[in-house]
Design a protein around this ligand. Sequence first.
Ligand SMILES: [Zn+2]
Length: 285
Amino acid sequence: MNDSLLQMNTFFPNELMAIESIKQDNCTVHIKLRSRTHSCKCPECGYETTNYHGTYLRKVQDLPILGKTTRLSITAHEYICNNDACSKTTFVEDFDGFLSYYGRMTERCADFICTLAMETSCEGCARICRAMNLQISGDSVIRLLTKQYRVQPVVECGNIVGVDDFAFKKRHTYGTIIVDQSTHKPVAILDGRDGNSLKEWLKNNKHIKAVTRDRASAYSSAIQEVLPDAMQIADRFHLHQNLLEAIKNTVNAVLPVDIKIPKDYDMQKTNEKSVDGKKNALRCG
Ligand SMILES: [Zn+2]
Protein backbone atom coordinates (compact mmCIF):
# COMPACT_ATOMS: atom_id res chain seq x y z
CA MET A 1 0.00 0.00 0.00
CA ASN A 2 1.40 3.36 -1.03
CA ASP A 3 1.47 5.76 1.94
CA SER A 4 1.66 8.77 -0.37
CA LEU A 5 -1.82 8.06 -1.80
CA LEU A 6 -4.99 9.17 -0.10
CA GLN A 7 -6.85 6.15 1.30
CA MET A 8 -10.50 6.94 0.53
CA ASN A 9 -11.82 4.13 2.74
CA THR A 10 -10.45 5.94 5.82
CA PHE A 11 -13.09 8.65 5.24
CA PHE A 12 -15.97 6.16 5.64
CA PRO A 13 -16.98 3.91 8.55
CA ASN A 14 -15.10 0.76 7.50
CA GLU A 15 -16.85 -1.47 9.99
CA LEU A 16 -20.24 -0.56 8.45
CA MET A 17 -19.54 -0.30 4.70
CA ALA A 18 -16.95 -0.98 2.05
CA ILE A 19 -16.11 1.03 -1.08
CA GLU A 20 -16.84 -0.88 -4.31
CA SER A 21 -15.89 1.75 -6.87
CA ILE A 22 -15.05 5.43 -7.32
CA LYS A 23 -15.70 7.31 -10.57
CA GLN A 24 -15.64 10.98 -11.47
CA ASP A 25 -16.73 13.27 -14.26
CA ASN A 26 -16.24 17.01 -14.71
CA CYS A 27 -18.38 18.07 -11.75
CA THR A 28 -19.10 14.98 -9.65
CA VAL A 29 -17.37 12.18 -7.75
CA HIS A 30 -19.51 9.01 -7.64
CA ILE A 31 -18.70 6.55 -4.87
CA LYS A 32 -20.38 3.13 -4.66
CA LEU A 33 -20.46 1.49 -1.26
CA ARG A 34 -21.93 -1.73 0.12
CA SER A 35 -23.15 -2.39 3.63
CA ARG A 36 -21.20 -4.85 5.79
CA THR A 37 -23.64 -5.00 8.69
CA HIS A 38 -25.30 -8.14 10.03
CA SER A 39 -27.78 -6.56 12.42
CA CYS A 40 -29.61 -3.28 13.06
CA LYS A 41 -31.88 -1.65 15.64
CA CYS A 42 -35.49 -1.03 14.60
CA PRO A 43 -36.11 2.75 14.33
CA GLU A 44 -39.60 2.28 15.83
CA CYS A 45 -39.09 0.05 18.88
CA GLY A 46 -35.30 -0.11 19.23
CA TYR A 47 -35.16 -3.96 19.13
CA GLU A 48 -31.95 -5.28 17.57
CA THR A 49 -32.64 -7.66 14.70
CA THR A 50 -30.50 -9.90 12.52
CA ASN A 51 -33.45 -10.90 10.34
CA TYR A 52 -32.18 -9.88 6.91
CA HIS A 53 -34.86 -9.00 4.32
CA GLY A 54 -33.06 -7.68 1.23
CA THR A 55 -31.16 -4.69 -0.08
CA TYR A 56 -32.10 -1.10 -0.81
CA LEU A 57 -30.09 1.42 -2.84
CA ARG A 58 -29.65 4.68 -0.96
CA LYS A 59 -28.48 7.68 -2.95
CA VAL A 60 -27.13 10.45 -0.76
CA GLN A 61 -24.90 13.48 -0.97
CA ASP A 62 -21.66 13.82 0.98
CA LEU A 63 -19.26 16.74 1.53
CA PRO A 64 -17.67 17.89 -1.77
CA ILE A 65 -14.25 16.50 -2.64
CA LEU A 66 -11.88 19.23 -3.89
CA GLY A 67 -14.80 21.27 -5.19
CA LYS A 68 -16.66 18.41 -6.87
CA THR A 69 -20.14 17.32 -5.82
CA THR A 70 -19.89 13.95 -4.06
CA ARG A 71 -22.67 11.40 -4.60
CA LEU A 72 -22.78 8.15 -2.67
CA SER A 73 -24.72 5.09 -3.86
CA ILE A 74 -24.95 2.81 -0.85
CA THR A 75 -26.36 -0.71 -1.13
CA ALA A 76 -27.93 -0.86 2.32
CA HIS A 77 -29.63 -3.79 4.03
CA GLU A 78 -33.31 -4.09 4.83
CA TYR A 79 -34.21 -5.88 8.04
CA ILE A 80 -37.39 -7.36 9.50
CA CYS A 81 -38.40 -6.29 13.02
CA ASN A 82 -38.89 -9.34 15.27
CA ASN A 83 -40.93 -7.49 17.85
CA ASP A 84 -44.58 -8.59 17.51
CA ALA A 85 -45.76 -5.47 19.32
CA CYS A 86 -44.00 -3.17 16.82
CA SER A 87 -45.85 -1.56 13.93
CA LYS A 88 -42.77 -1.75 11.67
CA THR A 89 -42.43 -4.89 9.59
CA THR A 90 -39.38 -4.07 7.47
CA PHE A 91 -37.00 -1.13 7.56
CA VAL A 92 -33.81 0.09 5.90
CA GLU A 93 -30.80 0.23 8.17
CA ASP A 94 -29.16 3.45 9.33
CA PHE A 95 -25.40 3.85 9.73
CA ASP A 96 -25.00 5.22 13.20
CA GLY A 97 -23.28 8.62 13.23
CA PHE A 98 -22.79 8.52 9.44
CA LEU A 99 -26.24 8.38 7.86
CA SER A 100 -29.66 8.45 9.52
CA TYR A 101 -32.66 6.29 8.52
CA TYR A 102 -34.23 8.85 6.22
CA GLY A 103 -31.27 11.18 5.57
CA ARG A 104 -30.64 12.36 2.01
CA MET A 105 -27.13 13.46 2.94
CA THR A 106 -24.48 12.19 5.34
CA GLU A 107 -24.62 13.51 8.88
CA ARG A 108 -21.26 15.27 8.52
CA CYS A 109 -22.66 17.06 5.47
CA ALA A 110 -25.84 18.07 7.37
CA ASP A 111 -23.76 19.21 10.38
CA PHE A 112 -21.61 21.42 8.15
CA ILE A 113 -24.66 23.03 6.51
CA CYS A 114 -26.35 23.67 9.87
CA THR A 115 -23.20 25.22 11.36
CA LEU A 116 -22.77 27.45 8.32
CA ALA A 117 -26.46 28.45 8.39
CA MET A 118 -26.22 29.39 12.07
CA GLU A 119 -23.19 31.59 11.35
CA THR A 120 -24.68 33.22 8.22
CA SER A 121 -28.28 32.78 7.08
CA CYS A 122 -30.19 30.03 5.32
CA GLU A 123 -30.05 31.76 1.93
CA GLY A 124 -26.41 32.83 2.44
CA CYS A 125 -25.51 29.29 3.48
CA ALA A 126 -27.16 27.84 0.35
CA ARG A 127 -25.24 30.26 -1.87
CA ILE A 128 -21.89 29.35 -0.25
CA CYS A 129 -22.72 25.62 -0.48
CA ARG A 130 -23.58 25.89 -4.18
CA ALA A 131 -20.29 27.75 -4.78
CA MET A 132 -18.58 24.70 -3.23
CA ASN A 133 -20.70 22.36 -5.41
CA LEU A 134 -22.66 21.16 -2.41
CA GLN A 135 -26.16 21.07 -3.89
CA ILE A 136 -28.84 22.51 -1.60
CA SER A 137 -31.51 25.24 -1.79
CA GLY A 138 -32.31 27.89 0.84
CA ASP A 139 -35.65 26.19 1.63
CA SER A 140 -33.89 22.86 2.12
CA VAL A 141 -31.45 24.52 4.55
CA ILE A 142 -34.43 25.74 6.61
CA ARG A 143 -36.00 22.26 6.60
CA LEU A 144 -32.69 20.67 7.55
CA LEU A 145 -32.09 23.16 10.36
CA THR A 146 -35.60 22.66 11.73
CA LYS A 147 -35.25 18.88 11.58
CA GLN A 148 -31.81 18.89 13.20
CA TYR A 149 -33.07 20.92 16.15
CA ARG A 150 -36.25 18.86 16.42
CA VAL A 151 -34.28 15.66 16.86
CA GLN A 152 -31.61 17.16 19.09
CA PRO A 153 -31.53 15.74 22.61
CA VAL A 154 -32.67 18.17 25.29
CA VAL A 155 -29.74 20.48 26.03
CA GLU A 156 -29.00 21.21 29.66
CA CYS A 157 -29.11 24.94 30.27
CA GLY A 158 -28.39 27.30 33.14
CA ASN A 159 -31.05 29.10 35.14
CA ILE A 160 -30.93 32.36 33.14
CA VAL A 161 -32.13 32.32 29.54
CA GLY A 162 -32.95 34.83 26.83
CA VAL A 163 -36.04 34.48 24.63
CA ASP A 164 -36.68 36.17 21.30
CA ASP A 165 -38.56 35.61 18.07
CA PHE A 166 -37.00 35.15 14.66
CA ALA A 167 -38.24 34.59 11.11
CA PHE A 168 -37.94 31.22 9.39
CA LYS A 169 -39.42 33.13 6.46
CA LYS A 170 -40.03 36.86 6.89
CA ARG A 171 -43.71 37.86 7.13
CA HIS A 172 -44.73 34.17 6.88
CA THR A 173 -43.30 31.80 9.47
CA TYR A 174 -41.81 32.75 12.81
CA GLY A 175 -40.14 30.82 15.56
CA THR A 176 -38.82 31.35 19.07
CA ILE A 177 -35.17 30.94 20.04
CA ILE A 178 -33.99 30.31 23.59
CA VAL A 179 -30.39 31.15 24.47
CA ASP A 180 -28.51 30.15 27.60
CA GLN A 181 -27.25 33.46 28.99
CA SER A 182 -24.25 31.85 30.69
CA THR A 183 -22.88 30.26 27.49
CA HIS A 184 -24.57 32.55 24.92
CA LYS A 185 -25.48 29.43 22.95
CA PRO A 186 -28.95 28.48 21.66
CA VAL A 187 -30.56 25.68 23.65
CA ALA A 188 -33.90 25.41 21.83
CA ILE A 189 -35.68 26.54 18.69
CA LEU A 190 -39.46 26.43 18.94
CA ASP A 191 -42.32 26.81 16.47
CA GLY A 192 -44.34 30.04 16.56
CA ARG A 193 -43.97 33.18 18.63
CA ASP A 194 -47.36 33.30 20.35
CA GLY A 195 -45.93 31.97 23.63
CA ASN A 196 -47.59 28.51 23.50
CA SER A 197 -44.44 26.61 22.51
CA LEU A 198 -42.49 28.63 25.11
CA LYS A 199 -44.98 27.57 27.79
CA GLU A 200 -44.43 23.89 26.92
CA TRP A 201 -40.66 24.37 27.01
CA LEU A 202 -40.75 26.16 30.37
CA LYS A 203 -42.85 23.35 31.88
CA ASN A 204 -39.89 21.04 31.25
CA ASN A 205 -37.37 23.61 32.53
CA LYS A 206 -38.77 24.76 35.84
CA HIS A 207 -35.27 25.47 37.19
CA ILE A 208 -35.21 28.74 35.20
CA LYS A 209 -34.84 31.71 37.57
CA ALA A 210 -34.66 34.67 35.17
CA VAL A 211 -35.65 35.32 31.56
CA THR A 212 -34.57 38.22 29.39
CA ARG A 213 -37.11 39.01 26.72
CA ASP A 214 -38.59 41.64 24.44
CA ARG A 215 -41.45 43.81 25.70
CA ALA A 216 -44.27 42.05 23.83
CA SER A 217 -46.95 40.46 25.98
CA ALA A 218 -46.93 36.92 24.51
CA TYR A 219 -43.69 35.81 26.18
CA SER A 220 -44.38 37.81 29.32
CA SER A 221 -47.70 36.07 30.01
CA ALA A 222 -46.27 32.62 29.11
CA ILE A 223 -43.45 33.08 31.66
CA GLN A 224 -45.84 34.52 34.27
CA GLU A 225 -48.20 31.56 33.86
CA VAL A 226 -45.61 28.77 34.11
CA LEU A 227 -42.92 30.37 36.28
CA PRO A 228 -44.57 33.16 38.30
CA ASP A 229 -41.49 33.49 40.55
CA ALA A 230 -39.02 33.90 37.68
CA MET A 231 -37.58 37.39 37.19
CA GLN A 232 -38.46 38.90 33.83
CA ILE A 233 -35.91 41.31 32.42
CA ALA A 234 -36.46 43.59 29.44
CA ASP A 235 -33.30 43.08 27.40
CA ARG A 236 -31.07 45.97 26.39
CA PHE A 237 -31.62 45.57 22.65
CA HIS A 238 -35.38 45.88 22.94
CA LEU A 239 -35.18 48.70 25.51
CA HIS A 240 -32.99 50.68 23.09
CA GLN A 241 -35.35 49.85 20.25
CA ASN A 242 -38.41 50.95 22.25
CA LEU A 243 -36.66 54.13 23.47
CA LEU A 244 -35.67 55.15 19.94
CA GLU A 245 -39.20 54.44 18.73
CA ALA A 246 -40.65 56.59 21.55
CA ILE A 247 -38.24 59.46 20.78
CA LYS A 248 -39.11 59.29 17.09
CA ASN A 249 -42.85 59.34 17.82
CA THR A 250 -42.45 62.25 20.26
CA VAL A 251 -40.37 64.29 17.82
CA ASN A 252 -42.88 63.57 15.07
CA ALA A 253 -45.75 64.68 17.32
CA VAL A 254 -44.06 67.86 18.62
CA LEU A 255 -42.48 69.23 15.47
CA PRO A 256 -44.74 70.83 12.91
CA VAL A 257 -44.80 69.41 9.41
CA ASP A 258 -43.27 72.62 8.01
CA ILE A 259 -40.61 74.62 9.75
CA LYS A 260 -40.41 78.14 8.39
CA ILE A 261 -37.01 79.81 8.28
CA PRO A 262 -37.30 83.50 9.20
CA LYS A 263 -36.38 85.86 6.37
CA ASP A 264 -33.77 87.64 8.51
CA TYR A 265 -32.17 84.34 9.69
CA ASP A 266 -28.40 84.80 9.58
CA MET A 267 -27.03 81.59 8.05
CA GLN A 268 -23.42 82.83 8.09
CA LYS A 269 -23.59 83.64 11.82
CA THR A 270 -25.04 80.23 12.68
CA ASN A 271 -22.28 78.44 10.80
CA GLU A 272 -19.64 80.43 12.71
CA LYS A 273 -21.23 79.53 16.05
CA SER A 274 -21.39 75.85 15.27
CA VAL A 275 -19.12 74.11 17.77
CA ASP A 276 -19.19 70.62 16.34
CA GLY A 277 -18.03 71.70 12.90
CA LYS A 278 -21.27 70.59 11.26
CA LYS A 279 -23.35 73.07 9.34
CA ASN A 280 -26.48 72.87 11.47
CA ALA A 281 -28.21 75.81 9.89
CA LEU A 282 -31.41 75.14 11.77
CA ARG A 283 -31.44 73.34 15.09
CA CYS A 284 -34.66 71.77 16.18
CA GLY A 285 -36.03 72.20 19.71
ZN1 LIG B 1 -39.67 -2.60 15.73
